[in-house]
Design a protein around this ligand. Sequence first.
Ligand code: SF4
Ligand code: SF4
Length: 194
Amino acid sequence: MAEYSLSKRKKLATKRAMTFLESIYLPAIVGGMWITIKHLFKRPTTIQYPEQKREMAPVYRGQHVLKRDEAGAERCTACGLCALACPAEAITMVAAERKKEEKALYREEKYAATYEINMLRCIFCGLCEEACPKEAIFLTDRIVDAEYARKDFIYGKDILVEPINERVDIGVRQTKDVKEFKTHADQKHNILGK
Ligand code: SF4
Ligand code: SF4
């Protein structure tokens, strides 16, 4: 039966005796060394992270932040929409009811007593950010740190909620269109602050 090859790259393997040159392996070794030597003079594709950092795309999605409002209260109302939207099931939370004396701490009557994201599950798709009706969760341009233990990749509120005196700027990875959209009058509850 005739052998057909559409790509014409098909090679028929045959068992044949090696030539003298092939049997001493020298040409193959020299060929391999030549490839190695060529790479010594090429610009390296790796960088010395963390001393050196690559420039990220303006819309790069990295570590999440749970935002506070202008007065410093946590914006998240533990509605669970982000967890529902998450395709990786990386988000879990426990809701609690705000006490009278906690008004300054939490923006809404219901808040997240526990809020966790498993960074090993997260695929940084940004759907949690899209789903949030309270402008509470955002992905930032920060890189998730390397850890040695799996448990250390489960980020709780201690890592996710932005420090009150050290706000995380989420504006850096928002496009002009999004920024413009947030200025609409009917988006008032979504004023981002810094
Ligand atoms: S970025 Fe995507 S995968 Fe990660 S927590 Fe949000 S919704 Fe889930
Ligand atoms: S981060 Fe937003 S979507 Fe998720 S529970 Fe809090 S308010 Fe709801």
